[in-house]
Design a binder for this molecule. Structure first.
Ligand code: ATP
Ligand code: MG
Length: 469
């Protein structure tokens, strides 16, 4: 159902960049109707600064390319041409479109003649608002402005059908409702929950991009709470869904007792909110901090096709993020902690620990900050010292091993790991000669046949033995 509305002139006067008016004027003067649409208009109506000003036009991509000197074919198949303005910003100019076929994952589109058709294929009423940057007219056939005023999220058209066209809208809906603190209109919510199982067919990249956008928002906890409430979390992030309702003891209080109990997921969300939106690594690490060890954190990020750098950085710090270093820890265990996360990760980890502390404080816990600060100082001292914390920092290298007459191979990595392990226990060992001696000792021990245990075959009785443990 489409509510036709005449263009509205009102108090609403967003201020698009000059380049937006220049692009619109150029197209209009060539005879092509052109509007600004989508997120920028929504944000302006909300009184928030608009970021990406997208334009929709009746001109076909070839005509847009002809009219502007500097263009980039960013999505020419979908009708999108990037127009580069004088100030170096790329504006997306997209030809009016309509869907001719949808699969739940993507749509086949064709060019349409009217703005109304173009707005009708958009996901939510608040995103289906257009504003003419020259006539300063608002075109709002689905009453998105009223929904923005009531702070309600509603699909354009019949919710079930609209989610089935592209299940990413389920996640977009949760994000918009969460980040804008909107309520989801009842029939939209019911259809969204019913559609949640289908989000599994979405490409991992799109799922990840949605999460990235949530984590870049000021207060991700609401959208992430809606992920849990709608069932999307269970579908897409079962490891995180396992944290919902899992009891977590708060940090020890000054008196040594434990404070109130808390849910792991809720705690992690509080931690995320306390971290800067500009630090995605920290927020990812906090999101995944209850999941477990490095391997399982990395597995989730790999499944989402995250970049190698992101996987490396998050997996290094996430597993130790929620566990504050023990103030009574020995120097050796602090060295081992730093070695596992990497010397360079200390600042990141400290930020995460502080956010975890604050989140607990917000729940009434009174952690002993003085001792925490002292432990952090000890860690910093170790990180700055020349005590080796990585294989590459040892006073021995593969070259030395070759010098000792060993053939390069996987054994090299193992012996170096062993030497690091020994040096972490006793840093005075980090002298070339001492390490070479230890290397020779270890190698000869490895070469000595020690029966079934070293042949790689299971030792008889091993499984029974472990079962009785
Ligand atoms: P953000 O502020 O996060 O960028 P946005 O609304 O601008 O939000 P974009 O992904 O930039 O989101 O998309 C621009 C516009 O394109 C949206 O406002 C919406 O009108 C339309 N749109 C985007 N994705 C979809 C989709 N999956 N289904 C329908 N319409 C969509
Ligand atoms: Mg946008």
């Amino acid at each position: 159902m489409m509510h036709r509305s005449e263009g509205e002139r009102g108090l609403f006067e967003p201020e698009p960049p000059r380049a937006v008016r220049w692009i619109a004027r150029t197209l209009e003067e060539a005879g092509y109707e052109t509007w600004t649409v989508g997120g920028a208009i929504r944000d302006a109506l909300l009184g928030a600064p608009s970021e990406d000003w997208d334009l929709a036009t009746r001109a076909k991509p070839a005509e847009v390319q002809r009219l502007f000197k500097r263009t980039i074919p960013v999505g020419i198949d979908h009708g999108t041409v990037g127009v580069l303005s004088k100030d170096g910003v790329l504006y997306e100019v997209t030809t009016f479109r309509r869907d001719i076929e949808t699969t739940g994952r993507h749509a086949v589109v064709e060019f349409a003649d009217s703005l109304d058709e173009d707005l009708a294929r958009r996901d939510f009423t608040i995103n289906a608002v257009a504003w003419h940057p020259l006539n300063k007219v608002l075109h709002d056939p689905f009453e998105g402005r009223a929904d923005l005023g009531r702070r309600v999220l509603r699909t354009v058209g019949e919710p079930r059908a609209r989610f089935a066209e592209d299940y990413l809208r389920v996640l977009r809906g949760l994000r918009f409702a969460g980040t804008f603190r909107f309520t989801i209109e009842a029939s939209t919510w019911h259809a969204l929950v019913a559609a949640v199982t289908h989000t599994r067919i979405l490409s991992p990249e799109r799922v990840r991009e949605e999460m990235e956008r949530i984590l870049q928002s000021p207060e991700p906890s609401r959208a992430l709470g809606l992920y849990a409430a709608s069932g999307a979390l269970a579908q897409l992030y079962p490891e995180l869904d396992g944290l919902v309702g899992r009891r977590r003891d708060l940090v020890r209080t000054r008196s040594g007792g434990l404070d109130a109990r808390d849910d792991w997921y809720a705690h992690s969300l509080r931690v995320i909110d306390l971290l800067s939106p500009e630090r995605p690594t920290l927020r990812w690490a906090a999101l995944l901090q209850g999941v477990g060890h490095e391997g399982s954190v990395a597995a989730i990020l790999e499944r989402l096709r995250s970049s190698n750098a992101r996987i490396r950085d998050v997996a290094a710090v996430s597993p130790s993020a929620a566990t504050l270093p023990d103030p009574d820890a020995s120097e050796e265990s602090l060295r081992r902690l730093l070695s596992a996360a990497g010397r360079v990760s200390l600042r990141t980890m400290t930020r995460l620990w502080i956010a975890n502390l604050r989140a607990d404080e917000a729940c009434g816990s009174r952690p002993d900050q003085g001792r925490f600060v002292t432990t952090c100082r000890r860690l910093r001292r170790i990180a700055r010292s020349d005590v080796p914390l990585a294989v590459s920092e040892l006073a021995i290298s593969g070259r030395d091993l070759i010098g000792l007459g060993y053939e390069p191979g996987p054994r090299f990595g193992e012996v170096l790991e062993h030497l690091l392990d020994r040096t972490l226990a006793d840093p005075t060992l980090n002298r070339n000669e001492a390490l070479r001696e230890e290397a020779v000792r270890w190698m000869s021990q490895q070469d000595r046949p020690t029966g079934a245990g070293r042949s790689g075959l299971p030792q008889p009785g091993a499984s029974e033995a472990s079962e009785t443990l």
